[in-house]
Design a binder for this molecule. Structure first.
Ligand code: HEC
Length: 249
């Protein structure tokens, strides 16, 4: 019977691929086996169905099972068993897929110190030096935030978006996506020192353990002055109506 021959040939090749693992303890990777088996099954199918006669011979048993009135019982049994087998295989054979492969922490723990602008910044307790003006001189503060907006729209909005929602026109080509600054669950949860670190050191400054960190966020320490970085931080909070997290909470 041709169907049995078809199964036997495929089984033979499957055994051949499995043999190194079973006999010599050097298994062929299962992804490679799957790929090879795909081509083998396809090739055997092609060879065996190249003539009408061959195709008919191969599919005749299947067709007879589906169509022959005398095999109604076998058909019914099959149509009950198939879904049951499928359900059982999902229930018992599926292994726990585990966490997604590319899980990355969006806000990895910052380092203790950041070296930039020829200085060493201890992040612990570091405040935005311009923040005090918010109470002392609100007009000057607004002006600084506005200047921070200029820094933003010259450098950041391509990625982080004109509305600061992380959807700039370059954003769609990026993985991970640029961070949004709008909403109460973004920079409102972060301290200004954290943003300072992220802006100055960018993607290259991310720790390895939070990875995979193939972030396209540039490191701005050579492009922006220290004051520009603090100003753009003022802008990010001011424009989105967010308050930075302070060292007290
Ligand atoms: C080339 C695109 C690009 C540009 C330009 C860019 N960023 Fe980013 N930025 C990203 C991406 C992508 C991320 C998310 C991945 C990451 O955390 O590094 C990010 C993350 C950040 C974060 C971390 C936010 C958080 O919630 O942890 C801050 C802060 C930030 N960017 C500020 C800026 C500022 C300020 C500028 C302009 C001076 C800027 N970015 C310019 C792509 C960009």
């Amino acid at each position: 019977m041709r169907l049995i021959k078809f199964l036997a040939v495929n089984l033979f090749f499957y055994a051949l691929l499995k043999a190194p693992g079973l006999l010599a303890g050097k298994p062929v990777p299962s992804s490679v086996i799957t790929m090879y088996m795909f081509f083998i099954v396809m090739t055997v199918l092609l060879v065996m169905t190249i003539t009408d006669e061959g195709a008919n011979g191969l599919f005749a048993p299947i067709r007879s099972l589906l169509e022959d009135p005398s095999r109604a019982l076998a058909r019914k049994v099959l149509f009950v068993l198939l879904p049951v087998a499928a359900a059982l295989s999902v229930q018992y054979l599926s292994t726990d897929p585990g966490p997604p492969f590319e899980l990355r922490s969006a806000h990895p723990a910052p380092p203790g110190v950041v070296r930039a602008y020829g200085k060493v910044y201890e992040l612990d307790g570091l405040e935005n030096p311009l923040r005090a003006l918010e109470k002392e001189n609100p007009a000057a503060f607004k002006e600084l935030a506005r200047e921070g907006g200029e820094v933003y729209f010259r450098n950041c909005f391509f990625c982080h978006g004109a509305r600061l929602d992380g959807r700039g026109h370059y954003a769609y080509a990026m993985d991970p996506l640029p961070m949004p600054f709008t909403g109460s669950d973004t920079i409102a949860q972060l301290k200004e020192s954290y943003l300072f670190w992220r802006i100055v050191k960018g993607g290259p400054g991310l720790p390895r353990e939070g990875g995979p960190n193939i972030s396209s966020m540039p490191a701005w320490e050579n492009e922006l002055t220290e004051e520009e970085v603090w100003k753009v931080i003022l802008f990010l909070y001011d424009y989105t109506g967010n308050r930075p997290r302070s060292w007290k909470d």
